[in-house]
Design a protein around this ligand. Structure first.
Ligand code: XMP
Length: 326
């Protein structure tokens, strides 16, 4: 019967057999699948593996640190972080259309990854040890969804245009191909990965870029990041993480409404809370959060986050609404 210990032992042997003395590359996204697949490969081949984390500036508060500090500390993975925040912001300047944003983010992600990939290939070749393998966090449901072929990326492709390039110089290493999400989490825990990563709720590849309705700017990202951190902290504190599938926090950047604070009138932006309950994200219902928790989140966001003077709750099921606003 199923046992995470056995799966780890079995996969470690399989990975070693596949990779031999070859070098392996992996892209970490901050999500569960890439974190666990990368940790498994590291357990199997150690420093033959290099992990790459691209900071596109669309992450939530603390996510980069979780990968750079906690994940690295718990695995010992050799990590390269690419700071691509400027590049992504410049590419997104003036763009409001959601699908345009997705395309741009997907394209820039591939560019940033290929750039570091080329550098690492050159470095490895100089040492006479070419990189031949790429880790992918493909799960069983991804295999089924894509008709049994090889998965395309840790960053799922059904929404994200592109994903990682299917580079012919690379053979894919996909240690999670037979597993379901809860099994992947169990393996992550067994491998000692940080709980914040292992139990992470779904988060879209394009990140906060598709949670700002309107143009993405550094200023707006900062506002949204602060509001999102407050909502997440309060939901966790109230013990509601298990009940909620995910809770997008959305900034309506092009909408302003009048408010009052102290002696003065304000003219700020609304933040939308979108807590949903779901089994598979195909359908969803809005989560009936306790009023006192909603009240706490609303008070904190309007008091602590600049330029936000209103918090609203999305009470739409899916369908007809989607989970995300873009
Ligand atoms: P929707 O908004 O379509 O979302 O109801 C369903 C699930 O997919 C996630 N989502 C995305 N994931 N890239 C991703 O990797 C995307 O562009 C994207 N858009 C939506 C969403 O968070 C939810 O879990």
């Amino acid at each position: 019967d199923w046992n995470s210990d056995n799966v780890i032992t079995e996969q470690v042997e399989k990975i070693r057999a596949q990779v031999g003395s070859g070098r392996v590359l992996s892209a970490l996204s901050g999500g569960v699948d890439s974190a666990v697949s990368t940790a498994l490969v590291h357990k199997a081949v150690g420093d033959q593996l290099t992990a790459v984390f691209i900071d596109h500036g669309l992450l939530r508060k603390g996510e980069r640190e979780q990968v750079e500090n906690d994940y690295v500390a718990s695995t010992g993975v050799r990590l390269i972080t690419v700071d691509a925040r400027e590049t992504f912001l410049n590419a997104l300047a003036g763009v409001s259309d959601p699908e345009q944003k997705r395309k741009i983010i997907g394209r820039e992600f591939i560019r940033a990854f290929e750039k570091v990939q080329q550098e690492l290939i050159a470095e490895a070749a100089a040492e006479g040890d070419p990189i031949g393998f790429l880790v992918q966090g493909t799960l069983y449901p991804d295999v089924v969804e894509s008709g049994g072929g090889t998965g395309t990326a840790n960053i799922k492709s059904h929404h994200n245009v592109g994903g990682l390039p299917e580079d012919l110089q690379f053979e894919l290493v996909e240690p999670l191909r037979a597993l379901f999400k809860d099994e992947v989490r169990a393996i992550g825990r067994e491998l000692g990965l940080p709980e914040v990563i292992v139990s992470r709720q779904p988060f879209p590849g394009p990140g906060l870029g598709i949670r700002i309705v309107g143009e993405v700017t550094a200023d707006r990202l900062e506002i949204l990041r602060d509001a999102d951190a407050i909502a997440r902290a309060e939901l966790t504190k109230a013990g509601l993480d298990g009940e909620i599938w995910q809770c997008p926090v959305v900034l309506l950047a092009d909408v302003r409404s009048v408010g009052v604070q102290g002696d003065g009138r304000t003219y700020g932006h609304p933040i939308v809370l979108r807590p949903v309950s779901s089994e598979d994200a195909m359908t969803a219902d809005w989560t009936r959060l306790p009023y006192d928790v909603l009240s706490k989140i609303s008070n904190r966001i309007t008091n602590e986050v600049r330029d936000v003077n209103r918090v609203v709750l999305d009470v739409t099921s899916k369908p007809p609404g989607t989970i995300e606003w873009e």
